[in-house]
Design a protein around this ligand. Structure first.
Ligand SMILES: [Fe+2]
Ligand SMILES: [Fe+2]
Length: 135
């Protein structure tokens, strides 16, 4: 069970696309290691690095939107805060060993798919026309 990456998630902004793909890769790495029966410490470390990389990506994206005067930046920041909260909650459940977080189920995959891909399609895509200088 993995997140299938495809060109439909590409914004055409190389830095942002590379970061989105790296987040998807990290989520898949988490699934793969989990299914391989990796130790909880290793999986917790993957989740921590996912949170760090997500925070970095959101900061880069918000800086880019700010530089280009994106009119819906405040709403976008709110969405980012919500996504980080969801991820922290998942991490907390995971560390506390709640079964639904520890077993990679369809629900977990759906959670991550919604968490990452829906945000790219629904919230990130609309800012594309505002980024005149592709960087
Ligand atoms: Fe975003
Ligand atoms: Fe993004």
């Amino acid at each position: 069970m993995q997140i299938e990456w495809s060109d439909q998630y590409k914004l055409g902004i190389p830095l942002i696309d590379a970061e989105h793909k790296a987040l998807a890769d990290l989520v898949n790495h988490f699934f793969i290691r989990s299914e391989a029966g990796a130790a909880p410490e290793e999986l917790e470390a993957i989740l921590s690095s996912l949170i760090d990389k997500t925070r970095d990506h959101f900061r880069h994206e918000e800086n880019l939107l700010d530089r280009h005067g994106y009119p819906h930046l405040a709403l976008h920041q709110d969405a980012h805060i919500g996504l980080l909260q969801h991820l922290s909650r998942f991490q907390e459940d995971y560390i506390q060993g709640r079964t639904e977080a520890r077993d990679i189920t369809v629900d977990t995959v759906t959670f991550f798919r919604n968490w990452l891909l829906d945000h790219i399609l629904k919230d990130d895509m609309p800012y594309r026309p505002y980024i005149q200088t592709l960087s």
